[in-house]
Design a protein around this ligand. Structure first.
Ligand SMILES: C[S@@+](CC[C@H](N)C(=O)[O-])C[C@H]1O[C@@H](n2cnc3c(N)ncnc32)[C@H](O)[C@@H]1O
Length: 280
């Protein structure tokens, strides 16, 4: 079989197994098995594979057929300008979250002190620090295993080390008493039944995904905690799930935030909701 044939067959097989990006998955995994950049899969599409190479590709594609995230199979995932280590201990960083990063990067005042509540792999914290060299970021994480992944990701970008702190923290506990200009969070926002509805999520950590029966319990918690640590005029920027924007708007208003605004993701789904504390 040639590289092109393996990719075509894998694409068809993965489509039947429920992958919503079968061609992309096949290319990334075949490229990973062969140690190739994706462009080389095209320039060498007619090259025949050895039986060993076919077996290596098959082993990776078979795992994806069980809906193991591609990032768990390859061990990393691109997020914005960064390439992040990903393990089953952290949420796989999603392109949707890049919209939230965009809002922080646009709206954080010069020299801002930023908190990333629930940093997981460090995706938001490291991207904000990368794109805004004037800000400092505290990434807070309750799961020790997830925090260890974030720490390794920060170590891979030594230029950010002086401006990013990664702290074990339940909520804002580790930064109580400090004051910030921006709080950003992509909190858990699913309801328990969602895990049965979306089998693709079954390999990711449940505490990173599920909030409670409403789905907005952690948004409410972050809003209350943010109101305590933000300076007057400070910003709270939250990622929301599909259909949650109105509820989270109400939660922000109830916690004392004003000027509520919303930005959609690339699919047009409202994804970032933000508001501001009143000025002094
Ligand atoms: C949806 S994931 C987001 C991870 C990462 N920020 C991202 O956008 O890819 C939510 C993260 O919040 C963390 N978390 C949940 N409850 C928390 C709490 N009370 N305090 C700190 N972190 C929490 C979870 O462990 C998980 O890593």
């Amino acid at each position: 079989m040639t590289i092109g044939e393996v990719i075509r067959r894998s694409t068809d097989w993965l489509a039947g197994k429920g992958s919503d990006t079968p061609r992309l998955d096949a290319e990334v995994l075949v490229g990973h098995a062969l140690g190739f950049e994706r462009i080389r899969l095209y320039t060498e599409a007619e090259r025949p594979l050895t039986p060993e190479e076919v077996a290596q590709c098959r082993a990776l594609i078979a795992r994806r057929g069980d809906l193991v995230p591609v990032a768990h199979i390859t061990g990393h995932r691109a997020f914005g300008r960064l390439d992040l280590e990903v393990t089953p201990d952290v949420l796989v960083p999603r392109p949707d979250t890049e919209v939230v990063v965009d809002v922080v990067v646009e709206l954080a005042p010069p020299g801002a002190a930023v908190v990333d509540w629930g940093t997981g792999s460090g995706a938001i914290a490291l991207s904000v620090a990368d794109l805004r060299p004037d800000v400092t970021v505290a990434g807070l994480e309750r799961s020790p295993a997830a925090l260890a992944v974030a720490v390794r990701n920060l170590a891979a970008y030594p230029a950010l080390a002086g401006r990013v702190r990664l702290l074990a923290s339940d909520g804002m506990a580790a930064v109580a008493g400090e004051r910030f200009d921006v709080v950003v969070a992509n909190p858990p926002y699913l309801v328990p039944g969602d895990l049965d509805r979306f089998p693709a999520l079954r390999h990711e950590p449940e505490p990173a995904l599920v909030a409670g029966p409403l789905g907005t319990e952690d948004h409410r918690r972050v809003a209350a905690e943010a109101a305590d640590v933000l300076r007057p005029g400070g910003l709270l920027i939250l990622e929301v799930g599909e259909g949650q924007a109105d509820a989270v708007d109400g939660i922000l208003v109830g916690a004392g935030f004003g000027g509520i605004a919303v930005r959609p993701d690339l699919a047009g789904i409202p994804r970032a909701v933000w508001g501001r504390m009143p000025p002094e």
